[in-house]
Ligand binder design. Structure first.
Ligand code: XMP
Length: 533
């Protein structure tokens, strides 16, 4: 296994992710763990991460002495390279500003880390690497026993190696995808240089995570808010695997879910997994509060507030409950499907990263409920969470579903939300999604559902005139929306085949009485947003 010491970089988790991709087990720990900890962890190799991209004072941070005493390979990345240089007798010139950027790095000599790895070769025969480099601080003098491994015109020592000791360091970031050969370099370090076998799989992650959850929770009870989304579903399945009936899921059905979704969630968790699920039927409560409300922000606030209220009331019941064990007085833990990107956005990893935005799953609940927080997916990226879900036996079509907003269909019925509108929308949307899943693009062999990042139907509470059979109709309009995006910050409308759009339109108008017109939204984000409200 590999030990990653975190000096506070935004991208430390990416190192872990690349190591996992090389099928090697790794753990991230703070840079100031004790020497004893490192010795008992007994890593086959150690990676020193970068540091926060703009914190000048970070250059006081050092790796524990045990890193150098253990006799195992060490890879320093960015700040990790600088601290390696300083601790082993080299010199670094610190600068008070740093920035990331594209660079072309020349490889020197034949080091085990870079040998045979290059993006292109210069006419003079130098191997060149396209990398993402952190500019600013740099090593200015090699420590004793080290040789030059890489350079750029502005950073003459962009990589260094002590091959006798198996110490390697790079000023650039092999963990980010912009560094084209980064994956190959990290693979080389963990497999060939550190000698890790590369036989670790997601199934092993389950075993380790299960053991960790059991140790954390002991015989105490846990509650989890199930939304039917990927993250909370995978968290529920994982925690259920670990502690069985000590877990109670609370599924708040606000009546703004997709067609049959409530039933699907119950079938999956209560039926197939035999988990304890409290199905709270709160449709009337939500609809009651939404009556007469047309403003999108107010609708969101009401849905959010009611959700917290209902969940909290259920959690209070479970918290105060006497359990079968007798001595245990109800739930002590609140589990959440927080994943790594949520942690970064909330600035929550080492307490010294910039807070980009406050993210809340079930915001503020742990404090008001006085519960401890259990977040077993905190280290994983979305695609890893999906892989884990499949390994846990969740159906692939559930795990690979498009994202669905917390306020649900509440923001897809424009204006006032009425039960009648929700029902029309649910049925129209189910047809659209079914056709997207069924229609295969011959060029890629994939379904249009898989080719789009998010697709859904929006209900417009206006009527238009149509003709059906011999009669005039005067009914509602829906718009289809399908987008392609990598980050949901910007998005393009998907170029769905006309034949698909026409089929969906015809099916909706024929099968959903009350809708006589279907439009397709071709706007991009920006200036539009993905959702209509
Ligand atoms: P917009 O409409 O802002 O949406 O372009 C970007 C992405 O965010 C989702 N979204 C939400 N997700 N709670 C959520 O959990 C919300 O209140 C919410 N609002 C929008 C939206 O579905 C899209 O994927």
């Amino acid at each position: 296994k590999i030990l990653i010491l975190d000096f506070g970089s935004q991208v430390t988790q990416l190192i872990a992710r690349r190591v996992r991709e090389a099928h090697v087990y790794c753990e991230i720990h703070p840079n100031d763990v004790s020497d004893d900890f490192i010795q008992s962890f007994a890593p086959k190799g150690i990676i020193l991460s970068g540091s926060h991209a703009s914190t000048y004072e970070d250059h006081q941070l050092r790796a524990p002495q045990a890193v150098w005493d253990l006799g195992v390979p060490v890879l320093g990345i960015c700040y990790g390279m600088q601290t390696m240089a300083v601790q082993l007798g080299g010199e670094v010139s610190w600068s008070d500003h740093r920035e990331f950027g594209y660079a072309e790095v020349r490889a020197h000599g034949h080091t085990k880390l870079l040998d045979g790895i290059a993006d292109f070769t210069t006419p003079e025969g130098h191997g060149m690497l396209k990398v993402w480099m952190s500019h600013g601080d740099k090593v200015t003098k090699l420590p004793e026993g080290f040789k030059l491994m890489a350079s750029t015109p502005s950073c003459p020592i962009a990589g260094m190696a002590n091959e006798e000791k198996h110490y390697y360091a790079v000023q650039f970031h092999p963990e980010v995808t912009h560094t084209v050969q980064g994956h190959a370099m990290l693979m080389r370090f963990v497999r060939d240089i550190s000698g890790c076998a590369g036989d670790w799989i997601m199934g092993d992650y389950i075993a380790e995570a299960v053991a960790r959850i059991r140790e954390q929770v002991g015989d105490e009870e846990v509650i989890l808010g199930l939304s039917g989304g990927v993250d909370s579903s995978v968290a529920a399945a994982l925690i259920h695997r670990a502690i069985g009936d000590q877990l109670t899921c609370v599924f708040v059905d606000h009546g703004l879910l997709r067609l049959n979704e409530g039933q699907m969630v119950m079938d999956m968790f209560a039926g197939r997994l035999h988990a304890k699920v409290v199905h709270v039927q709160a449709q009337d409560q939500f609809m009651g509060h939404l009556q007469g409300v047309t403003d999108p922000e107010q609708k969101r606030k009401i849905i959010g507030r009611e959700f917290v209220e209902v969940f909290q009331a259920e959690a209070q019941k479970l918290k105060g409950q006497n359990t079968s064990q007798g001595s245990n007085k109800g739930a002590k833990w609140l589990a959440q499907g927080t994943i790594y990107p949520d942690v970064v956005e909330s600035g929550g990893t080492k307490g010294k990263k910039a807070t980009i935005k406050s993210h809340h799953n079930v915001g503020g609940l742990p404090e008001t409920l006085g519960l401890k927080l259990l977040e077993p997916l905190r280290e994983l990226f979305k695609d890893e969470v999906r892989e884990l879900g499949v390994a846990l036996g969740l159906p692939a079509d559930m795990v690979y579903r498009h994202p669905f907003p917390g306020p649900g269909l509440g923001v897809r019925v424009l204006g006032e939300v009425k039960p009648e509108y929700v029902s029309l929308l649910q049925r129209a949307d189910a047809i659209f999604i079914e056709e997207l899943r069924k229609t295969i693009d011959p060029a890629t062999g994939k379904s249009w559902y898989d080719l789009t990042s998010q697709a859904f139907t929006v209900f417009l509470p206006v009527k238009s005139v149509g003709v059906m059979g011999d009669g005039r109709t005067y009914e509602y309009v829906v718009s289809l929306r399908a987008v392609e995006t990598s980050d949901f910050m910007t998005a393009d409308s998907a170029e769905l085949p006309y034949s698909l759009l026409k089929k969906v339109s015809s099916r909706i108008i024929n099968e959903v009485r009350g809708i006589n017109r279907v439009a397709y939204d071709v706007s991009s984000k920006p200036p539009a947003t993905i959702e209509w409200e």
